[in-house]
Design a protein around this ligand. Structure first.
Ligand code: UDX
Ligand code: UDX
Length: 486
């Protein structure tokens, strides 16, 4: 199977950067990225590369090189499907907000509609690649839709244990092969992660299809880093990888509370623990809680799947990772209220950061949203500064919680463009994202312009404790002690 034309459905945080990097590394491939949202496509095609729909360091350069050469962003989904030899599905798979599995299971309606559209439009053989994170065994549903939408035959026992054939021939004689190729990129470092992945994972049951996708990655990824497995292992590995990563954050965050109670310093503990080569130093930074579109969604999904197999001990175990994360956000907000003499009503509290981590404009599931919500419930007046997240996004995040009316959210929470205006007159500063620029501020100037005592609640352990205290701040870092770089 020689691949010349690739289509990717979903021009989001995963589809956009992934296809841009494939295009830059494989100039011989023609790659068309489509999206059901025409404005997103316009934004990808816009003349100003600083205004791409997502912000990722290094992405603008990659897009500049490949766009118009072999990378295209198009609104014509049918045509892109028709022309492609290989189709990546990279649409979102949010947690269900309705019906069975509400609040837990992944909502696969977008994945299903992609499969139906491919089935309806295709006139030649296709390799369909699951890029989106999906529940284990989704490939068999995709295969069924692809092959049976026009009355054809699916290739295998979708209910089987060992991984039935995820391919088949339709009534019109078209062959479909389904592969799972989960994406492990991390936002903020997406381009680097894609250029130098720890591993590329390809799950499938058709050797030719696996080889066709392997050959693409082999243009820049060393062969030993390309792992092939059966479909269900690949699907489950993605959920498991995210669950393990989130578990590490919840583990260190659980210890952070104990550090505060005992006088230990969580960075010192993390350094000592992480020096054990079996544990390793990464992903041990205590924080106000993990966010992002994946961790919570994927663990909830894992819990849901485990429960659906009656594996309640497994489900309970992983659910704790989420519960601890919620607790961490909550206790940070509680700490602010308690420290401000048990009332924040009418007090200005400055938020530094809204994104779920630095170097991204993404705020999905950001801890900042939940800390803000808890403080607004106490009638605090919040002012937010984030270098990349748009005001519309910030208000949309809060409105989505439904805790109060949109008018009320806009009355109580203001968004500033200038960090010094954000902090002027504030009773407290809360650091919610670890943006580097926060470390560079003229902190004596900030102190001068604040109410006294001037409290700083560092939910990222970002600032220099000694320096802040010497200026006069009442400085608190989540996890106690003095923050240090890990
Ligand atoms: C999403 C999921 O969050 C993640 O679990 C999965 O691994 C990949 O997809 P992300 O790229 O961050 O990740 O999502 P998002 O930025 O929302 O992009 C999805 C895109 O798909 C959106 O641009 C949306 O408009 C588009 N889409 C959605 C379609 O083109 N068709 C649809 O039917 C639904
Ligand atoms: C994650 C996975 O890392 C990636 O492999 C997968 O493809 C998608 O989900 P992402 O959500 O983009 O990526 O960012 P990540 O760097 O993993 O951070 C997730 C959250 O955990 C952030 O809110 C981050 O601030 C937090 N975190 C991470 C910590 O609080 N402490 C840490 O030590 C590491």
């Amino acid at each position: 199977m020689e691949i010349k034309n690739i289509c990717c459905i979903g021009a989001g945080y995963v589809g956009g950067p992934t296809m841009s990097v494939i295009a830059s590394q494989c100039p011989h491939l023609r790659i068309t990225v489509v999206d059901s949202n025409p404005e997103r496509i316009d934004a990808w095609n816009g003349p100003d590369l600083n205004k791409l729909p997502i912000y990722e360091p290094g992405l603008a350069e990659v897009v500049a090189e490949a766009r118009g050469r072999n990378l295209f962003f198009s609104k014509d989904i049918d045509r892109a499907i028709l022309e492609a030899d290989m189709i990546f599905i990279s649409v979102n798979t949010p947690t269900k907000t309705y019906g069975k599995g509400k609040g837990m299971a992944a909502d696969l309606k977008f994945v299903e509609s992609c499969a139906r559209q491919i089935a309806a439009v295709a006139t030649s053989d296709k390799i369909v690649v699951e890029k989106s994170t999906i529940p284990v065994r989704t490939a068999s549903s995709i295969k069924n839709i692809l092959t049976q939408a026009d009355g054809g035959q699916s290739g295998g026992q979708s209910g089987g244990q060992a991984g039935g054939q995820a391919g088949g021939r339709t009534g019109r004689g078209i062959n479909f092969h389904v592969l799972s190729n989960p994406e492990f990129l991390s936002e903020g470092t997406a381009v680097q992660d894609l250029l130098k992945p720890d591993r590329v994972l390809i799950g499938g049951d058709n050797e030719e299809a696996i080889q066709a996708l392997t050959a693409i990655y082999a243009h820049w990824v060393p062969a030993e880093r390309i792992i092939t497995t059966n479909l269900w292992s690949a699907e489950l590995s993605k959920l498991t990888a995210n669950a393990f990563l989130a578990q590490r954050v919840s583990s260190i965050n659980a210890i952070s509370e104990l550090c505060e109670a005992t006088g230990a310093d969580v960075d010192e503990v993390a350094r000592a623990v992480g020096a054990d080569s079996r544990i390793g130093p990464k992903f041990l930074k205590a924080s106000v809680g993990f966010g992002g579109s994946c961790f919570q969604k994927d663990i909830l999904n894992l819990v849901y799947i485990a429960r659906s197999y009656q594996l309640h001990a497994v489900a309970d175990y992983w659910e704790q990772v989420i519960l601890l994360n919620r607790h961490q956000r909550r206790r940070f907000a509680d700490k602010i209220v308690r420290t401000l003499y048990d009332t924040v009503s009418g007090k200005k509290i400055a938020f530094l950061g809204w994104a779920f981590k630095k170097d991204t404009n993404d705020s999905r599931e950001s801890a900042a949203i939940y800390v803000a919500d808890a403080l607004l419930a106490e009638e605090a007046e919040i002012t937010v500064y984030d270098p990349k997240v748009s005001p519309e996004r910030i208000y949309a995040d809060l409105d989505a919680l439904g805790s109060r009316s949109p008018e009320e959210n806009r009355r109580l929470l203001k968004i500033e463009k200038d960090p010094y205006d954000t902090m002027k007159g504030a009773y407290a500063i809360a650091v919610l994202t670890e943006w580097d620029e926060f470390k560079m501020y003229d902190w004596p100037r900030v102190y001068q312009n604040m109410q006294k005592p001037a409290f700083v609640f560092d939910g990222r352990r970002l600032l220099d404790a000694q320096k802040m205290e010497s200026i006069g701040f009442d400085y608190y870092a989540i996890g106690g002690g003095s923050p240090q770089d890990l």
